[in-house]
Design a protein around this ligand. Structure first.
Ligand SMILES: Nc1nc2c(ncn2[C@@H]2O[C@H](COP(=O)(O)OP(=O)(O)OP(=O)(O)O)[C@@H](O)[C@H]2O)c(=O)[nH]1
Ligand SMILES: [Zn+2]
Length: 208
């Protein structure tokens, strides 16, 4: 195989397949209903494919959004405030990429500003953008930290996610009480154990 053909094949392999039409997505739901053992022509199920597709638009709305856009506007007039800014109890409603089952929990996010701060709602939006995708909790946690790091270049970022995976609580191993905790630390949070400890103590507020 020559180099050009090889490259063309690679590019083709990396292309994201074309997005299906709404009708194709609804047909896929009918197939799953039949797979579950029911009849999609049954009256109670007639509108279900349309509802499921609409629900998917909400659950996976994060693919349509860019975290950098949310973090683009900063405020510098904060009287030299340079201590930690932290949001606790941010709702996380995600879906695991292995089973497409809900992941439900909360996130705590902190950063150490270097001159500028962002609107606090934007931090919650960044969590939402990455959670409303097919995810592993580890990837989501790292992506939230990376986006803040990239856009704001703060002195450090800390992200803590505490969530229940329904693929584990309602099926499979069936451990209904298990929570998964993931953390990502960058900059001063990574370098300074006392700062990390302070952040972790403040996350306890969200686990009461
Ligand atoms: N690391 C990680 N694992 C996850 C996450 N969400 C789900 N999983 C795990 O992904 C794994 C998938 O394992 P597989 O053996 O391929 O699938 P499975 O046969 O359905 O596994 P079980 O869930 O154990 O029944 C399971 O262990 C899940 O608990 C996540 O966010 N992070
Ligand atoms: Zn899963």
């Amino acid at each position: 195989m020559d180099a050009i053909t090889d490259k063309t094949m690679l590019e083709t392999a990396e292309e994201v397949p074309a997005r299906p039409s709404r009708e194709e997505a609804e047909e896929a739901v009918r197939t799953l209903i039949r797979w579950a053992g029911d009849d999609p022509r049954r009256e109670g199920l007639l509108d279900t494919p349309g509802r499921v597709v609409k629900a998917y638009q909400e659950w996976f709305a994060g693919y349509e959004k860019d975290a950098a856009d949310e973090l683009g506007r900063v405020f510098e007039d904060v009287q030299g405030y340079d201590d930690m800014v932290m949001l606790t109890d941010i709702d996380v409603e995600s879906h695991c990429e292995h089973h497409m089952a809900p992941i439900i929990g909360t996130a705590c996010v902190a950063y150490l500003p270097d001159r500028a701060v962002v609107g606090i709602s934007k931090i919650a939006k960044v969590v939402e953008i990455f959670s409303k995708r097919l995810q592993t909790q580890e990837t989501m946690t790292a992506q939230i930290a990376d986006a803040i790091e990239e856009a704001m270049k703060p002195r450090g970022v800390a992200v803590f996610v505490d969530a229940k995976h329904q693929c584990m609580t309602t099926r499979g191993v069936h451990h209904p009480n298990v929570s998964t905790i993931t953390t990502t630390f960058t900059g001063e949070f990574k370098a300074n154990p006392e700062l990390r400890e302070r952040f972790m103590r403040l996350t306890e507020k969200s686990r009461r």
